[in-house]
Design a protein around this ligand. Structure first.
Ligand code: G6P
Length: 606
């Protein structure tokens, strides 16, 4: 949420900052700005997209030190003045910031009483004024930043420059990511490696409470009380090519289409045919410890939470260990009971979602054992957990999650297999699941071939103001994710209900204007689901059935038939057509598919 980029080195900063911001735009896109130091600070910022900013930056915008930002508004509406960077009144200090300063109002009143004049409504401008005051009383910029941050309550990832020290940038992190990119006689920083991979693959992640000074020839890191810290650079696997649309019209379609390969990558090297078990080296759990857990609690936000519901179902079915999923954002605030014999699993594509991170920290503080199912290697949640499973799905750029969702569900299938086989899942069932997992990539490929059929259905159904999604037991999280995809990218209202609950309220909504997407796998609940379809049709509702067989025309007027796998794994495949349905509905309605209104990819604020 919001993107930061910083550069210091021999080249002109502006083009590097603009390119970096373009890569980060998926984190926030209501306004953008850059500032470059060259005999004073040169600032350009605009409401709108990074392309609008690029058009506003003159060709001669010289200077080898600069910082930039793309914003997702929290304090103050999207506007030119509220866009970052923010400067102090004397235009000496410039700051870009992700996060929320909770005591901003209080600090602002104090600064105003002391003569500061504010240009914007943002919490960030407070930082610029605070640092500008501190810099006059200290010997270094880093000291001034430390001093200013001591009076701040809240979360931040910041980059700061000082017009009078045009050879350095100071960055700091508390709850909002900052990554340093190490170049040859040049240094970069960003809120996300996406902005760095074009220039370097050597990165260093700041921890909460850490700061760094970057100069062209090196960097050093230290804590808020000035203790020097030592950092080992990490090599990033992803390169700039992973962040291109690869010839697709949208990142979302690219990411949906990549799923045969991304699912294969999540599985690679993780199926052991000797004992029909999962090989998950990063769990850091002995079989003895695994057996000792009496419960599994899964947390995540948005689509991550829905994939966690699929995960809970898989764990219960394959291992008979009770499991459930809960939104991390709710969990962290309800003073959760943390049990020593519960295994906690945190899910996050980005590894930076603030609510999930905070929930993990709360769990760790209470002594809970936490595994992470995370896509971004080295991210905050991955580092905070005791072990886990990396998805290896490659960077997901489109705001709506697709390939990370399926890879998470696959990772859960592996975890459930692991749990099952240390409990009572038979070798034969273990083998059945292993074989089912291996079939997934080809079966996803077959579903993707139905793109045109699904696009035609999307055009038909997208004209309705509202849609109902229903599923039963294994199908219910699929319905929830289907409704989520549709509403977030097409803005068509969508509700998901357990099919079994329809009669207890939502059936009142059903009529010709409210079609239903029904998830109807061939499992032991098939007949019950078909009865539900009959009830919907009897009320004049249209039904689009997503399942394993062509329905009787009396029960559903449209259908998407997907290949059958093992019943436990079917939810993974049933999700894919719903992604395409939402995608094509959004395209048909002319929506900004990859950057839906009001949303951001990485929600690094509460
Ligand atoms: C945001 C995104 C969702 C995503 C959720 C969790 O709300 O728009 O697509 O599912 O965050 O993100 P995470 O990176 O933690 O999986």
């Amino acid at each position: 949420m919001c993107g930061i980029v910083a550069y210091v080195g021999p080249k002109d900063a502006a083009p590097i900052l603009l390119e970096g911001l373009q890569r980060l735009e998926y984190r926030g896109y209501d306004s953008a700005g850059i500032v470059v130091a060259n005999k004073g600070l040169k600032l350009r910022k605009v409401k709108g997209r990074v392309a609008d900013l690029a058009a506003a930056v003159p060709a001669r915008f010289k200077g080898g030190l600069g910082i930039g930002h793309t914003r997702w508004a929290t304090h103050g509406v999207p506007s030119d003045v509220n866009a970052h960077p923010h400067l102090d009144g004397e235009e000496r200090i410039a700051v870009v910031h992700n996060g929320i300063i909770e005591n901003a109002d209080d600090l602002r009143h104090r600064l105003e009483a002391d003569g500061a004049v504010f240009a914007s409504e943002t919490d960030t401008e407070v930082l610029a004024h605070l640092i500008a005051r501190a810099v006059k009383e200290t010997d270094t910029l880093e000291e001034a930043v430390r001093k200013a941050l001591k009076s701040v309550v809240g979360t931040y990832g910041i980059a700061v420059i000082d017009a009078e020290r045009p050879d350095q940038v100071v960055v700091a992190r508390n709850g909002s990511p900052i990554v340093i990119g190490l170049g040859e006689k040049e240094m970069f920083a960003a809120s996300d490696v996406a902005a760095l991979v074009r220039y370097t693959r050597q990165v260093v992640h700041l921890e909460d409470g850490e700061l760094a000074v970057l100069k062209a020839d090196g960097f050093h890191t230290f804590t808020m009380d000035a203790r020097v810290t030592s950092k080992e650079p990490l090599t990033v696997d992803w390169d700039a090519g992973h962040y291109d649309t690869g010839g697709y019209e949208h990142y979302l379609l690219k990411e949906i289409s990549e799923q045969p390969e991304t699912v294969a990558r999540t599985l690679r090297g993780r199926i052991d045919d000797r004992f029909h078990v999962a090989h998950l080296g990063g769990l850091n759990l002995t079989p003895h410890e695994t057996r000792a857990f009496r419960r599994v609690k899964i947390i995540g936000c948005g689509s991550a939470y829905y994939s966690g519901q699929i995960g809970a179902q898989l764990i219960e079915e394959l291992s008979r260990v009770p499991a459930d999923a809960e939104p991390a954002s709710e969990f962290r605030y309800r003073n959760p009971v943390v049990e020593h014999d519960t295994l906690y699993v945190a899910i996050s594509q980005s590894g930076e979602t603030y609510d999930t991170l905070a929930a993990v920290q709360e769990l760790k503080r209470k002594g809970g054992r936490v595994l992470g199912i995370v896509n971004t290697v080295g991210s905050a949640i991955a580092r905070e957990c005791d072990g886990g499973i990396y998805l290896h799905a490659g960077p997901e750029v489109s705001v709506a999650s697709t390939k990370a969702f399926t890879s998470t569900a696959v990772a859960f299938a592996l975890l459930a297999l692991h749990f099952g086989r240390v409990h009572d899942l038979s070798p034969a069932d273990g083998r059945r699941i292993c074989e089912g997992l291996r079939r997934l990539p080809d079966q996803i490929e077959q579903i993707l071939k139905q793109d045109e059929h699904i696009a035609a259905l999307a055009r038909k159904y997208a004209t309705n103001p509202s849609m109902m999604f229903v599923g039963r037991v294994r199908g219910y999280p699929v319905a929830r994710e289907g409704a989520q995809k549709l509403k977030e990218i097409s803005y068509v209202h969508a509700e998901a209900y357990p099919a079994s609950e329809l009669k207890h309220g939502p059936l009142a909504l059903i009529g010709p204007e409210m079609p239903t997407v029904a998830i109807v796998p061939d499992d032991e609940l098939l007949d019950k689901n078909l009865t539900t379809l009959g009830e919907i049709r009897a009320r004049g509702g249209q039904v689009l059935m997503v399942g394993h067989r062509t329905p009787d025309a009396k029960l559903a007027e449209d259908a998407i038939v997907v290949p059958k796998n093992e019943i436990e794994l079917d939810p993974i495949l049933l999700t894919i057509p719903l992604q395409l349905l939402a995608y094509h509905a959004a395209v048909a309605l002319g929506r900004d598919v990859d950057k839906p209104r009001n949303l951001a990819k990485s929600v690094t604020v509460e």
